[in-house]
Design a protein around this ligand. Sequence first.
Ligand code: MF3
Ligand code: CO
Ligand code: CO
Length: 273
Amino acid sequence: MVRRRRKPERAVILTPEEVEGMRVAGQFAAGLLDHVARMIEPGLTTAEIDAYVAEETKRRGGRSAPLGYPAGGRHPFPRSCCTSVNQVVCHGIPSEHQVLREGDIINVDVTPVIDGFHGDTSRTFIVGEADPEVRRLVNDTFEAMRRGIAVVRPGAHVGDIGHAIQTFAEARGHGVVRTYAGHGIGKVFHGPPTISHVGDPGTGEVFVPGMTFTVEPMINMGDWRCMTLSDHWTVVTADRSLSAQFEHTVSVTEDGVDILTLSPGATLDLGVG
Ligand code: MF3
Ligand code: CO
Ligand code: CO
């Protein structure tokens, strides 16, 4: 996710051929998470998840966009994916010292680059069995993402996504993170427009076919506010409540939306109308 921008710039708009390149990267990214899903169990370290993502991406001839990001920055991200456990909102750094325990929740966020195109997707996994209120947070976060994606079609506005997510998540008693947002994506990792997960209907940029971006709500069991730890990356909830996130990379079609990071065989019911 990207820090919210102030000045609007030209959105990432791709040709149909470029969208197919994005689909290749997106499908590979989805496959990485499908495998990670099968790895998750008590005792696994987040470094082991990172090692799998790093190696499998190299094997495919791609690279991991998080590694060394941003180029030339003062504190480049040191690993190939983000692993955000429990109260960590996003940008958790995989570590051999971090061992998953029964009842934890962990978001794994991958962004392989294949032939220059970025596939950015994340899921929150439950380690073993978790309390009902934890499961409720994770399920609601998935539903928030689903509702955000479902409003995307030519002529709709960026603010419609935030409105759909915010009204649902807040009605369920959760906090919607405002510090980080979805983003345009293509040959760039983080481009315009900023896709806020809060907002008002009918506001912001209008979607046009070929516009390609992420929807990636971070939903807190408590307050929406966050803070960054002294490692310069790990973002935690200010009140240390649990936080969950799901992310897909999507593209606007002639009459709706195409989810480029949906696993082969998986469906995301966007409803009718
Ligand atoms: N994948 C994250 C996103 O959804 C960004 C991670 S940047 C990193 O935009 F440097 F922290 F890896
Ligand atoms: Co993203
Ligand atoms: Co991501």
